[in-house]
Write a protein that binds this ligand. Structure first.
Ligand code: DOR
Ligand code: ZN
Length: 438
């Protein structure tokens, strides 16, 4: 064993997918070497042993939508702090959005993000490349260069901004199909959201906040489905937030269009009545919608109409959030609270099994991104990227205690039953009981 190789790892008494009696899982050289009631008996003397008391073992989570803020806003998050948050949240791969400063719109920046992620070594950090130069919506970036660079960029998005010009989007889809990469769209028709800070509906009207109509999202989802169809391309919809988007996804998938979509934990759990407090922590793009939207989104995720969960982890400084609602920056933390929320909403409620949860938090996102060593089954010979979940931990969220450099969590003081208590990344434990192991 070289100094760089992690020692063998023995996970004692875990339940893969929460099914059956506890077993031991032995990890060696980055892969699962043995699984079974007696797998620990053959563990080498130098194995690092973790007693896990029947905790649920899942494939490590993959987040298609994370904002890490490096380069440019390292006061709010860095690749290192965001990777720590990811490790604590059970993530073994994250896709870092392109709206950094400068943006990730060229190979120098994307390769640098990839390299920093590798040197931090807590999870795979895949830079998302920008679709347009400077996220300006006009000129396509050199997607091919970014895709063939060290980072092998495979997802492109102007997230935060919508690629709203239909001709630019059409060309982006055409090029992406040729390159075998994926365009992920932040679906927001800007002409319909000028000055908007909240979901357009009774709550915003009562509170005197400028409304963001569902049609701003749905018109782009419909348009992009059709553009993708005609370009023979795949398209991915970021943070689906409305009942109408669910209907459009059903329609498009029914037509055989290559469209996939993600939903955030906050759009599944929270609705716009939270805004009654005028607390900027609830400002997010797209905005929190109404109860029927949250229910439609949950049902769509269960049914596979929405493919996966993505956090849209969006750190912001205190002064950018603790201000007048309309001046607050949009976005919320998500990496460390995703599993507890999805478990509460869908597993504890009986709508999903742990295996289903693995599908939406690991298997599907890995497939969508084309990752071959993530989202894999828990079987001998597979890469050891794993999350260990205590389903009865009763964990209360405290923003200041999160690994993120920012504290803008909308779940402050909320208690969740399930929590990630261990993450294994490339055969090494990267977090245990909330502690990040570097
Ligand atoms: O709420 C959001 N915050 N939505 C986005 O699309 C961008 C993100 C950010 O970068 O803060
Ligand atoms: Zn977005």
């Amino acid at each position: 064993m070289s100094a760089l190789e992690p020692p063998p790892l023995l996970l004692r008494r875990v339940r893969p997918y929460g099914e059956g009696a506890p077993v031991d899982v032995l990890v060696r050289d980055g892969v699962i070497a043995a699984i079974g009631p007696g797998a620990g008996d053959d563990a080498p003397d130098d194995a690092e042993i973790h007693e896990l008391d029947g905790a649920v073992l899942l494939p490590g989570f993959v987040d298609l939508h994370t904002h890490l803020r490096e380069p440019g806003r390292e006061d709010t998050e860095t690749i290192a702090s965001g990777s720590s948050a990811a490790a604590r949240g059970g993530y073994t791969a994250v896709f870092a959005m392109a709206n950094t400063q400068p943006p990730q719109d060229n190979q120098t920046v994307t390769d640098s993000v990839w390299r920093i992620g590798r040197s931090v070594g807590l999870c795979d950090v895949h830079p998302v490349g920008a679709v347009t130069v400077g996220l300006g919506g006009e000129h396509l970036t050199e997607m091919g260069q970014m895709a063939s660079g060290e980072a092998q960029v495979r997802i492109f998005s102007d997230d935060g901004m919508c690629v709203h010009d239909p001709l630019v989007m059409r060309r982006a889809l055409e090029y992406s199909a040729g390159l075998g990469v994926l365009v992920a769209q932040h679906a927001e028709e800007p002409r319909l959201t000028r000055g908007a800070v909240a979901h357009e509906g009774p709550t915003a009207a009562r509170l005197g906040l400028t409304g963001w109509p569902r049609s701003a999202e749905e018109s782009i989802v419909a348009r992009d489905a059709i553009l993708a169809r005609d370009a023979g391309a795949r398209v991915h919809i970021c943070h689906a937030s409305t009942t109408g988007t669910v209907e459009l996804l059903k329609w498009a998938k029914g037509q055989g269009i290559s469209i996939t979509a993600e939903v955030t934990p906050h759009h599944l759990l929270l609705d716009d009545t939270r805004l009654e407090s005028y607390d900027g922590v609830y400002r997010v793009n797209p905005p929190l919608r109404e109860t029927h939207d949250t229910l439609a989104l949950r049902a769509a995720l269960v049914a596979g109409v929405i493919d996966c969960v993505a956090t849209d982890h969006a750190p912001h400084a205190a002064q950018e959030k603790c201000c007048e609602f309309a001046a607050a920056r949009p976005g919320m933390l998500g990496l460390e609270t995703a599993l507890p929320i999805i478990a509460a909403l869908l597993v504890e409620s009986g709508e999903m099994t742990w295996r289903d949860l693995s599908r939406v938090m690991s298997v599907r996102p890995a497939e969508i991104a084309g990752l071959t060593d993530q989202g894999r089954p828990i079987e001998v010979g597979e890469p050891a990227n794993l999350a260990v979940v205590d389903p009865d931990s009763d964990w209360t969220v405290v923003g200041e205690e999160l690994a993120s450099l920012s504290a803008n969590t909308p779940y402050e003081g909320m208690t969740f039953a399930a929590r990630v208590v261990g993450t294994v990344y490339r055969g090494r434990m990267t977090s245990r009981d909330g502690e990040v192991l570097t």
